[in-house]
Design a protein around this ligand. Structure first.
Ligand code: RIB
Ligand code: CA
Length: 307
């Protein structure tokens, strides 16, 4: 039986590659996409999800979600993905329409009708899933697991220690960590282990004619921004996370206690990962630590070239 997955996302350049990867994989069934603010406003990320749904013929329902975080005023606008959230690349306008239900209701309904087989994967801020948990007390009876691209056991990106998806709504992360639903965190510490070198990038893109030109353009923008931030090569965070979902055998992880800073100071949005051996705190999160580079990069190249 195929694994059933609902993907909550904020497309998003790396979200796009992650979705391409997911929909090509015969071992999973993507049930729906839910959208959230993040890389752009929720209006834009929803429009982008519809674009991708049509362009790549995903043919799944798209449900719109939160426009703002649970609590704090929204301060962090991503410049990584450009004003249209897709690296300024213009895809054909979508014809499919958003489905008439809020993201959090769709998460609940899809989980409940299956009975603990649904994986909820988040590739953006965690607000929709947190709202579903707060709105439906019994959600924990129905969701198999939540896998998060977000947080970090080491450095951040939006802030020195804060990763963008969690910094965008730390309270939502806190709700999820306390939800009693099994949670796996694929943070920057893990996705960074898949960063391709300049050499590997050259190899993958040497024959760029095999890759959709719009995707090439989008990833050129994405790599350019990473370079502007002083990083060599390229890491595609959401795609690396999707690879962990599809191939958990490529990842190493540990069940640990994780907390998140919600006080508005310089650590705001930092995920605190307790690696102390003698820690007595509740181990509430599986923290991915490494992802095998070679099979991941091969898989990524296949995803890009076989669409
Ligand atoms: O920090 C990386 C994450 O933030 C990715 O999900 C990216 O798409 C942005 O949402
Ligand atoms: Ca994302």
């Amino acid at each position: 039986m195929k694994r059933e997955i609902l993907i909550d996302c904020d497309p998003g350049i790396d979200d796009t590659i992650a979705l391409m990867m997911a929909f090509k994989d015969p071992s999973i069934e993507v049930i729906a996409l839910t959208t959230v603010f993040g890389n752009a406003s929720v209006e834009i990320t929803t429009h982008n999800a519809l674009i991708l749904n049509d362009y790549f013929k995903f043919n799944v329902p798209v449900y719109k979600g939160a426009a703002i975080p649970l609590f704090h005023p929204r301060k962090y606008q991503s410049i990584v993905h450009g004003p249209n959230g897709m690296g300024n690349v213009d895809f054909p306008a979508p014809t499919s329409k958003v489905s008439p239900k809020y993201a959090w209701d769709a998460i609940y309904d899809e989980a409940k009708k299956r009975g603990k087989t649904l994986t909820v994967l988040t590739l953006g801020p965690l607000t929709n899933v947190a709202i579903a948990i707060l709105r439906y007390e019994d959600l924990k009876e129905y969701v198999k697991e939540i896998i998060i691209m977000g947080g970090s056991a080491t450095k951040g990106n939006a802030k020195p220690f804060g990763e963008s998806n969690v910094v965008n709504d730390p309270y939502a992360m806190q709700v999820i960590l306390n939800s009693q639903i099994p949670v796996t965190m694929v943070g920057l510490n893990a996705t960074e282990t898949t960063r391709m070198t300049e050499e590997e990038h050259k190899q993958i893109f040497a024959d760029a004619s095999k890759i959709d030109p719009l995707i090439v353009k989008m990833l050129t923008h994405y790599k350019g921004v990473q370079g502007m931030y002083g990083d060599n090569g390229m890491v595609i965070h959401d795609a690396a996370t999707m690879a962990v979902v599809l191939h958990p055998e490529w990842a190493t992880s540990r069940l640990l206690h994780v907390d998140v800073e919600t006080i508005q100071n310089s650590m705001y949005g930092r995920t605190i990962v307790d690696i102390r051996k003698h820690s007595k705190l509740i181990k509430n999160c599986t923290v991915v630590e490494t992802i095998e580079r070679a099979p991941y990069l091969k898989h990524l190249e296949k995803t890009l070239k076989e669409n």
